[in-house]
Design a protein around this ligand. Structure first.
Ligand code: COA
Length: 409
């Protein structure tokens, strides 16, 4: 076998955006506190007919449209904003995408770390049977109470990652650095739809997990610091990655150049915190926007409050440019509909999960929508955008296949 890793990755986000400049005016805060102090410019807000399922399905649809469903026998859905205490969100996605019935589907949770746990499970499954591919989805809506320090660090988004043998994008290396410590830096009790956070503690807990995971990686024969060419991090706000990375460079005695992390901040500064998706959205930005990646080693640090950290490394494959989505994520970000602060707060107030029967207004322009709750059960449906994007994907695939003179994937 020639390695296992990330064959493709796709991003989706919410229909709306709140510019932090507008929140700064409302709260009488210097906007520089947001843009410079925490390193965020805006955050995505889901429409009333969007949630983790619709965003996760939108991201997964891009991957399935491009690569088909053959070999997919596992769907792993990571989230910490689950919409049901029992049924896995991935089962809804399985239905919306029309995936084959002979698939195992499960949901994973450990704060923002769950997507990385899903990736590791996927690597193990493919190692056992290299003909299989695993669809990993990480999707979250980050919600804090309004008028708290954490309000500007909300967000919404999803990624879908196709894990396979002989991947086109990144071969994940076998050694990972691990860290777990019981810390109350961030949590969401079962009776709350918004998270509780001790922001200052979350910074120190994140740094401890990063250093601890690095030391574990190093002790197990992982790559030397100066052989890691790019870095991406979990980013509840991008300044967190800067703070933690500065500490790591002090720890290993390396120079710190914050400009080297900026490409990975590009999408996260706009979508806000996306919990389980955050690290992987940073990776998507680097894959989309860095022109010199072939053969480069990327360090990927995952952190989930509570807390669990994992440091993974991977080497970018020569064919990585085949799956670039340059401009696609930027177009989705630019297409978001801007909310005023009162409009965002009205959506926030109505955003708590409910089992009351409701019918959701048609707002989203995404391929799938949450149509409402009936008899206590959530219902989803495809929109006109689903048919349109499938037709475009099929046409693009045909054109690409003809151009390449190959039979496709
Ligand atoms: N210009 C530039 N920087 C400014 C500024 C200005 N006008 N005003 C303040 N700042 C800086 C502060 O100096 C501080 O920088 P530092 O952290 O490097 O010292 C930063 O902005 C934040 O300001 P501060 O007042 O210290 O924090 P806060 O009480 O507003 O809270 C967070 C900020 C990030 C801690 C808070 O938003 C939070 O808790 N978010 C949630 C984090 C989370 O989800 N953690 C769990 C997952 S890891």
């Amino acid at each position: 076998m020639t390695g296992i890793g990330i064959h493709d990755i796709a991003v989706a986000t919410g229909h709306h955006v709140l510019e932090l400049d507008d929140l700064a005016v409302q709260l009488g805060v210097d906007p520089a506190k947001y843009h410079v102090g925490i390193g965020q410019d805006a955050f995505s807000v889901p429409a009333p007919d969007e949630d983790i399922v619709t965003m996760g399905a939108a991201a997964a649809k891009q991957v399935v449209d491009r690569h088909g469903v053959e070999g997919i026998r596992t769907v792993l859905f990571a989230t910490e904003s689950g919409i049901d205490q029992s049924k896995a969100a991935g089962v809804f996605v399985h239905g919306l995408l029309g995936l084959p019935q002979n698939v195992r589907t499960v949901e994973l949770k450990q704060a923002c770390y769950g997507g990385t746990a899903a990736l590791q499970l996927a690597l193990g499954i493919v190692a056992r049977n290299p003909a299989e591919r695993v669809l990993v989805i990480a999707a979250d809506v980050a919600r804090y109470d309004v008028d708290t320090a954490a309000e500007p660090t909300q967000g919404a988004g999803a990624v879908a990652i196709l894990v396979s043998a002989d991947p086109d994008l990144i071969e994940i290396e076998p050694v990972a650095g691990l860290f777990t410590a019981d810390v109350d830096d961030f949590w969401r009790p079962n009776d709350r739809s918004t998270a509780l956070v001790d922001g200052r503690l979350s910074v120190s807990a994140y740094v401890d997990a990063f250093i601890g995971a690095w030391d574990d990686l190093a002790s197990r024969g992982g790559p030397a610091y100066d052989t890691i060419d790019r870095w991406v991090h979990h980013q509840p706000f991008t300044k967190m990655a800067l703070k933690a990375h500065r500490k790591l460079t002090q720890h290993v005695g390396a120079d710190f150049d914050e400009t080297e992390l900026r490409t990975g901040f590009t999408y996260n500064r706009q979508v806000g915190n996306t919990y389980t998706a955050s690290l992987w959205i940073a990776l998507a930005a680097v894959l989309d926007l860095d022109d010199d990646l072939a053969g480069k080693r990327i360090g990927m640090f995952s952190y989930g409050s509570g807390s669990v950290g994992e440091l993974v490394t991977g080497v970018v494959r020569p064919d990585h440019q085949r799956h670039r989505r340059v401009g696609a994520v930027r177009a989705d970000l630019d297409a978001r509909v801007r909310l005023s602060v009162p409009e965002y707060r009205a959506l926030h107030a109505a955003g708590a999960a409910t089992s009351e029967d409701t019918e959701r207004p048609r707002v989203t322009a995404a391929p799938f929508r949450f149509s409402g709750v009936l008899g206590g059960a959530r219902h989803y449906e495809a929109t006109a955008a689903a048919t349109a994007t499938t037709a475009t994907a099929a046409a693009t695939a045909t054109t690409a296949t003809e151009a390449a003179g190959t039979a496709g994937e």
